[in-house]
Design a protein. Structure first.
Length: 249
């Protein structure tokens, strides 16, 4: 109810022509708290963002679930209009898509079993030779490990849950992943044997992405984001889903 009331004022300020085509939003619903499945619905921070943007643009929103590595190909193929899935802005991705203004500043964080807190409590400890590090292929965490941890023993995992199993079985020492995975630990009792160091190893911006030729939609997204930020809607959505303090751009 509070979210809908916060959106009502924005719709009055930004109301394009009615009858616009539905906005097809691609997201990967395996990434709590940004996007995940709850029953037969997709919920999370990005799902709320998508619905807020749809309200502002007076466009029906269709959430299109896709594997994370299929998001950019689907966008470039014209199967979706925008990616709203916790996508970090990187130079490589910026060569393929156009990013909106960032809506959140995050970073990679190290997750470990509580038994190893003493060993890795100091900031320098992660950089020791021979540290066994888990990452997800194609992520900025994997790029960090390749660039900044040349002496680590790196293993790849398809998702956080498989990496958590490896931490429990002492097959890896640390799992490096985006901040949302660490935020998930703060509210998940099923993973209370895990802990994040909560020291960002990188500084990244999360933003939405459109195809290179879709400048009009990019302008609409930036204006909608500006209104969401000014009206407090963006802060409300972020505070609803993220239980730890982060920096909002």
């Amino acid at each position: 109810m509070k979210l809908r009331l916060a959106l009502a004022a924005l719709v009055v300020l930004f109301c394009p022509l009615l009858g616009a085509e539905p906005l097809r939003v691609g997201l990967s619903p395996d990434y709590p708290p940004l996007a995940y499945e709850s029953g037969d619905r997709i919920v999370g921070l990005e799902a709320d963002n998508a619905r807020a943007v749809g309200e502002i643009l007076s466009r029906e929103v269709t959430l299109v679930p896709l594997p994370f590595d299929g998001l950019i190909p689907a966008l470039l193929a014209g199967d979706i209009d925008v990616i709203m899935s916790g996508l970090s802005v990187t130079a490589e991705r910026s060569r393929r898509v156009r990013f909106s203004e960032p809506y959140l500043r995050v970073g990679q964080m190290a997750i470990l079993h509580r038994d190893k807190v003493l060993r890795f409590g100091q900031p320098w400890a992660i950089y020791q030779p021979g540290v066994r590090v888990g990452v997800e292929p194609g992520t900025t965490g994997a790029a960090f490990a390749e660039r900044d941890l040349p002496d680590a023993r790196v293993s790849f995992f398809p998702d956080p849950d498989s990496a958590f199993d490896a931490l429990r079985e002492d097959r890896i020492d640390l799992y490096i992943h985006d901040a949302p995975t660490s935020w998930r630990l703060a509210t998940s009792s099923e993973n209370d044997d895990m802990i994040s160091l909560y020291r960002p190893l990188t500084e990244e911006q999360l933003a939405w992405a459109v195809a290179p030729g879709n400048a009009d939609l990019l302008d609409d997204l930036d204006r909608a984001l500006s209104l969401m930020r000014g009206a407090g809607t963006l802060a409300y959505i972020i505070n609803r889903w993220i239980p730890v303090e982060v920096t909002v751009q």
